[in-house]
Structures are given as C-alpha cells and as structure tokens.
Design a protein around this ligand. Structure first.
Ligand SMILES: Nc1ncnc2c1ncn2[C@@H]1O[C@H](COP(=O)(O)OP(=O)(O)O)[C@@H](O)[C@H]1O
Ligand SMILES: [Mg+2]
Length: 360
C-alpha cells in the first residue's frame, strides 16, 4: 500500500532489511509477542555488527544503558515513559523501539490539550451508530485499543499535554490490561506483546503532571543531551546526510566543518560557557537542541545546493542559526550580539562565519 514516493516511510519499512537480518541472526529468547529478543532490539537501535558480518546502522546515539533499560522495561508489565528536553530523540527512539519490537510504529496517539478520551479508548462511527445502534462494526477503536487487541506497542506522544482526566484513561489499560466497552457489554483484553511507550518534555513539567496512580504504571527513562561535541557532531552529520539523501540534495564536500561550527555554537550557548571553558556566555530563551542543529544544517544544505557554488558555506547556515537562537526578538538578540562580539569575532578561522552571522 506504500507508494515508493512516500516522503518519510515508517522505520519498520525504512529499515526492513536490517530488521530481517537481525531477526535471522537472533537466537536469544523473545518475550511473548516480540519479533526480536531484547538484545537484538538494542542492536537495531544502537547499531553493531551481526555474526555474519552485516553492519547495522546506529539509530540512537547515546548511553547503551539508557536503551537497555528502555527495552527491558517494555518486556515487563510496566509501560515506558521517555522524558527529556525537546530534541533529545524521544519521539525518534519511541518509533524505532516500536518498529523493532512489534514491527509497527504507527499505533500513535499525538497528545495535545485537545486530546479526548476517544483517542485512548474508542469512538463511534455515528452514521452506523444511528442506523444500527451500538455494535462492534460501529465502534472505532483507538490506536491503544488496536495495540491491545493485536499485542503490539501503542505510542502516546506528549503525554503531559493531555488533560489529566484523559491521561487517566490509561490507568485501567495499564493496570488491568483491559478496556471495557460498557455500551456493548464487552471488553477488549490486551494480548501478550501489548505495552505503551509515552514521551513527555521536561519543559512541560507542571503543565499536566500525570497523576501518581498513572505515574506508577510507568518506568521513566530520561534521555540526556549528547554528552560530548563529537557525539553531537556524529548525530547531526548522520541525520543531515540521511535527510539530504532523501531530499536528493547533492552532498557538498567538507560539510563537516560547518557542522562542527553549528554544533559548537549550539553547545556553547546551551551550556553558558565556551568549549575551552574560559568565557562565560549567556544562554538564549529557547532550547538549542540537536534536532534544531539538524534543521539549520539541512536548510543550509538546500541553500548551498540550489543557490550556492556547491560547497556548504557559513552564509548558508547563518540565517538558520540566527533564527534558531533569536526566539525572543529583544532579549535573545542581545545575547546573540554579545556572543558574536565576544566569542565568534576573534576565534581563529571563524572570520567568514562572523561576517555571515552579522549580515544575516
Ligand atoms: N541522541 C540522538 N541519537 C540520534 N538522533 C538524535 C539524537 N538526538 C537527537 N537526534 C535527532 O534529532 C531529532 C530528534 O527529534 P525528536 O525525536 O522529535 O525529539 P523529541 O521528541 O525528544 O523532542 C531526530 O531527528 C533524531 O534523529
Ligand atoms: Mg517529540
């Protein structure tokens, strides 16, 4: 059913070859309903080399233990809550975990302030409801209900944006593993393999804090920001290359220098100190996440490819950087100007970058 022109195939399709190779080499016990053993899931997520020599690309770059705890949690009766600041790959990891564990990352509830109980329980096809009365055929199952019936993983994005009473619809699902349908005098019981991966932003803390009853059903795993600049450069270059390839942008040589610079700027502003630890700098109001570095560079790549001379230059990323840093037109602009003048201007080999940013 998927056209070859699909802009962004789901992870299970994008990496179908890798998943098949991992499954073929996987001789460890699989939890009921799982397609792979927990160790094989970790290999898919973190990358590695299979006994036969096939190389598996890393999807998530970060502490192995974080991934192991996340995978192990999903093999228990507790659900998984991925927590972290925006752009720490919570959504990304949740998609890949679902793809590897149950071969389906599409059973997704996008949490918003307007998410209603039907998104977690079930709704009705009103035309049928009116003509036939409540029946199985008139019932519209939510992604969670389908995951229960099929023994798969349901993903709940941005859990803490969902109103508390709607969030609490998950309590029965997670504790009793059942979803009653009183209108039909029935219930849907979860099949082995069912579990839930939820994500939530640190920054949203306090918005709709999950009730303690719900919290107890989850094991929380915090995703950290990349520990070192090298790690962040690796994440960014890998993703930028992948996105560039899928958009059929020609990859310019030596983009790595510009990637290093963008990552350095983001890290320094985020951490409030220069990479050499010598100069304190002020942090802007927005989060300068790895995800934003990726979009700044992808934007730069498109500029370079279509309007430049084929190389990725400071001028191609400058506008993107300023846009990412200056969220508040007043206070962030001051922070940015100060950083430009005190740090960027006199840095060796950054002259072009300084000029491009000043002009942007
Ligand atoms: N540690 C990481 N490993 C791999 N990719 C990462 C990492 N951190 C960020 N990314 C990339 O950045 C983006 C993260 O976006 P997303 O998952 O939407 O973040 P979140 O849901 O935490 O706000 C993804 O495209 C992912 O490729
Ligand atoms: Mg997200």
């Amino acid at each position: 059913m998927t056209s070859p022109d699909v802009l962004r195939p789901h992870a299970e399709r994008r990496h179908a070859d890798e998943l098949a190779a991992i499954a073929a080499a996987d001789d460890r016990p699989r939890p009921p309903g799982w397609r792979l053993s927990p160790r094989a899931v970790a290999t898919y997520v973190l990358g590695g080399t299979l006994p036969g020599g096939a190389v598996i690309s890393p999807k998530y770059v970060g502490p192995r233990r974080v991934v192991e705890v996340a995978v192990a949690t999903l093999a228990t009766d507790r659900a998984l809550l991925l927590l972290g600041v925006p752009g720490t790959a919570k959504t990304w990891l949740s998609e890949h975990l679902a793809a590897a564990i149950c071969g389906d990352s599409t059973l997704l509830v996008q949490g918003t302030a307007g998410t209603a109980e039907e998104a977690i329980r079930y709704g009705w096809n009103y035309a049928r409801l009116l003509t036939e009365g409540p029946s199985r055929a008139a019932l519209v199952p939510s992604p969670v209900m389908r995951a229960m019936a099929e023994g798969r993983l349901a993903r709940v994005e941005e859990l803490t944006r969902i109103p508390p009473d709607v969030q609490d619809a998950l309590i029965t699902v997670l504790s009793e593993k059942t979803l009653p349908v009183p209108e039909l005098g029935e219930e849907v019981q979860a099949v082995r393999g069912f579990n839930v991966i939820a994500t939530a932003n640190d920054r949203d803390r306090g918005v709709n804090e999950p009730s303690s009853a719900l919290r107890r059903r989850f094991n929380t795993v915090v995703l950290p920001l990349p520990a070192t600049a090298e790690e962040e450069v690796e994440i960014v270059s890998r993703r930028v290359a992948e996105i560039g390839a899928s958009l059929e942008l020609p990859a310019p040589p030596a983009a790595i220098d510009e990637i290093r610079r963008v990552v350095t700027v983001f890290r320094e502003l985020r951490e409030g100190v220069t990479a050499d630890g010598r100069t304190r700098v002020k942090s802007p109001s927005g989060t300068l996440s790895t995800a934003e570095a990726i979009s700044v560079l992808t934007g730069g790549l498109a500029l370079a490819a279509h309007f430049g001379d084929g190389a990725l230059r400071a001028a191609d990323v400058a506008a993107g950087i300023v846009g990412a840093v200056v969220r508040d037109p007043v206070s962030d602009r001051v922070v940015w100007q100060e950083y430009l003048e005190t740090v960027v201007r006199d840095r060796d080999g950054w002259r072009d970058f300084y000029r491009a940013c000043r002009d942007a």
